[in-house]
Design a protein around this ligand. Structure first.
Ligand code: GLP
Length: 243
């Protein structure tokens, strides 16, 4: 695992944007795995800037997002589909038909989850997966558990996660208690993984992830078993690594 530390989140965003750019330049029809949350926003802004400046062309890129809240329609103000449209897709020349976010409102969640994994596989798998990390070590919405999950599935969100994400909702009660997420197996099949963590509130979790042991109690720790992971941190998130 390669761990790179930058001065602040803007610098992380620039560096992460360059990793995405290099992937697209190498393979213009690459498959990107995308994440929500505040952490990737500076990276998405870099991607938008490079597209505006004509450096980066998204016309052949396809994307699969990690997760979605159960019960939120795609146009709900807090849905991850809406987040992705507003933070990235509306500002770049990607064909929206080539962007995928798991469905949170289908009649058959199990069938939808299976179809999502099948679509990732049919696309040839994810070339570069961007990940953030939750305070409890979750990736996507894979919460601490007794075992690692393989495929896309429905999860119960922990109180820690619901509280952390309450800032996006009008009231904490509105945060859904379930989500659909790519499984750890799906994430680990990505050819390359770019994990981004910024802010002092992530320092303990980042330290635990990097120190190990690998345990489903800290889902992000599994990245130690992937052969091509870049971890980009700002100084605040890296603050406890020497301790
Ligand atoms: C959510 C998302 C994760 C994300 C995490 C951290 O729970 N499902 O994919 O990594 O939040 O979010 P933030 O970057 O806002 O701290």
């Amino acid at each position: 695992m390669q761990v790179l530390v930058f001065k602040n989140e803007a610098e992380v965003g620039k560096a992460a944007g360059m990793i995405v750019a290099s992937e697209i330049i190498k393979k213009p029809d690459c498959i990107l795995g995308l994440a929500t949350g505040s952490t990737p926003i500076p990276t998405y802004q870099e991607m938008i800037r490079m597209n505006r400046e004509g450096i980066l062309d998204f016309s052949k890129v396809r994307s699969f997002n990690l997760d979605e809240y159960i019960g939120l329609a795609p146009d709900h103000v807090c849905s991850y589909r809406r987040f992705m449209n507003e933070q990235l897709f509306d500002h770049i020349n990607i064909d929206k038909a080539n962007t995928h976010v798991p469905c949170g409102i289908g009649a058959d969640h199990e069938a939808d989850a299976k179809a999502y994994d099948a679509a990732v596989e049919a696309a040839g798998g994810i070339d570069l997966q961007i990940l953030g990390i939750g305070h409890d070590g979750h990736i996507g919405f894979n919460e601490p558990d007794d075992t690692f999950s393989r495929e896309t599935h429905i999860v119960e969100l922990t109180d820690v996660t619901r509280q952390a994400n309450a800032r996006f909702f009008d009231s904490p009660d509105e945060v859904p208690d379930k989500a659909v997420t790519m499984g750890i197996g799906t994430i680990m099949q990505a050819k390359r993984i770019l994990m981004i963590a910024t802010g002092a509130d992530k320092a303990d979790t980042v330290r635990a992830m990097l120190r190990g042991p690998v345990t489903p109690r800290l889902p992000a720790s599994v990245l130690a078993f992937h052969r091509d992971v870049v971890v980009m941190l700002d100084a605040a998130a890296a603050g406890k690594l020497e301790a």
